[in-house]
Design a protein around this ligand. Structure first.
Ligand SMILES: *Cc1c(COP(=O)(O)O)cnc(C)c1O
Length: 383
């Protein structure tokens, strides 16, 4: 296949991350692999295939189309949990396929019950409760109605999970807010138990919470960013290292993003390169053009800032990131040939472009950088 770039997923790096995370959480905690945002840009079909080969049996997604993407490639016994958006039209497929889903409004709960009755099948629901993030989740005032519906319709509504999500566990500055959320969640759990309603599992932790507040792990952890080999923030990373008195990062990046040199050009000093006047050559230069641009998810905010590897050396993006192309400075590399490998994320010889470094050059969060990588780029699993 002729492509302008390629994404490789390292199975050994993933296995290492999973082994580390399993050891961290213990056997009793269910590991749910969060694969929303096209598996944080890694590509759902390839990523879940690899994860399943590494023993992962539980996946969490944002919406129905992502659940369908998983179903297309994995039909063995796995659990899929939709945490976000779904519409009434989707419920039939969801219930029929035993997909589990968050419920945070009463209408959805009664619709689910209605359709479950029609299909003579249970809807498997996770009741999401508001504890302080103020995004989605049942308010305290609604709990009585939710409890009575769950009780009256228990033939059609399986109360599988009770859950919540934290408002920024990756930053110490939110410490008290998260602590209050933890307390509220406990109170709400008690409320259900007192009403003779026992969820099969309770869950609340994302990557950051699972490290910063171990009590949030409960019965299941919903892990996104860490399974891809990245930390939710520097704070979480440092906290973990200090707590364990470790020096080395136990996680490994799974993704590598590569392209090729499309053409090479010599530029005379004082000439502008690319659109407009954002870059002027201050000496005679050699420039390599790479067929990657913001259309592929290489952010325009990396204009004059981004770095790529050519022959293991860091080369700076010069001028504006175009829709489909960037220019990089290769003046100091002796011979650069058309067709040779360029690494946008990953390592090459002795050089490395980490995902964290994008946060230094632009204002991009690792989450954002990854999920913006175009879905159309081919993904390949390597060892
Ligand atoms: C995205 C998400 C997660 C995973 O977050 P990470 O920080 O990537 O681990 C967990 N729970 C919910 C509800 C989410 O939306």
């Amino acid at each position: 296949m002729q492509t302008n770039s390629l994404i490789e997923l390292s199975r050994s790096a993933y296995q290492k991350n999973i082994d580390f995370l399993r050891q961290l959480f213990g056997k009793k905690v269910i590991f749910s692999s969060v694969v929303k945002g096209n598996a944080y840009g890694h590509g759902i079909p390839e990523f879940v295939t690899m994860a399943s080969a590494c023993g992962v049996r539980h996946f969490s997604v944002f919406d129905v189309s992502e659940a369908r993407d998983i179903k297309m490639v994995l039909n063995d016994k796995i659990t899929i949990l939709i945490m976000g958006f779904l519409q009434k039209e989707d419920l039939e497929w969801i219930i029929e396929n035993e997909i589990e889903f968050f419920v945070f409004d009463r209408k959805r709960l009664s619709e689910a019950c209605q359709i479950a009755k029609k299909l003579r099948k249970k809807a498997i629901v996770h009741i999401e409760v508001e504890t302080g993030m103020n995004r989605t989740g049942f308010e305290k005032s609604e709990l009585a109605a939710v409890a009575s519906l769950l009780k009256n319709e228990k033939e059609y509504l399986e109360f599988k999970g009770l859950c919540t999500h934290y408002a920024g566990a990756e930053s110490i500055s939110n410490y008290y807010r998260i602590e209050r959320q933890i307390v509220r969640f406990k109170e709400i759990k008690q409320y259900f138990l007192a009403n003779d309603l026992k969820p099969k599992i309770c869950h609340s932790a994302c990557s950051a919470a699972s490290v910063m507040f171990p009590e949030t792990r409960m019965d299941l952890v919903r892990i996104g960013i860490m399974q891809y080999g990245l930390w939710p923030s520097q704070e979480v990373f440092i906290t973990y290292l200090n707590a364990k008195k470790m020096k080395l990062d136990p996680l490994s990046r799974v993704i590598t993003w590569k392209s090729v040199v499309m053409s090479v050009k010599k530029i005379k000093t004082t000439n502008f390169i690319g659109y407009g006047t954002s870059f002027m050559a201050k000496r005679d230069m050699k420039v390599a053009i790479i067929p990657i641009g913001y259309a592929h998810g290489y952010s325009r905010s990396l204009s004059n800032h981004g770095r790529v590897l050519v022959q293991g050396q860091r080369c700076v993006v010069i001028g504006l990131v175009n829709m489909n192309m960037i220019a990089v400075d290769v003046t100091d590399i002796k011979t650069v040939k058309k067709g040779e490998e360029v690494v946008l994320i990953g390592s090459q010889n002795e050089g490395v472009i980490s995902i964290a470094s994008f946060g230094d050059y632009s204002n991009q969060l690792n989450y954002e950088l990854l999920t913006r990588i175009s879905k159309s780029i081919p993904r390949k699993i390597i060892d």
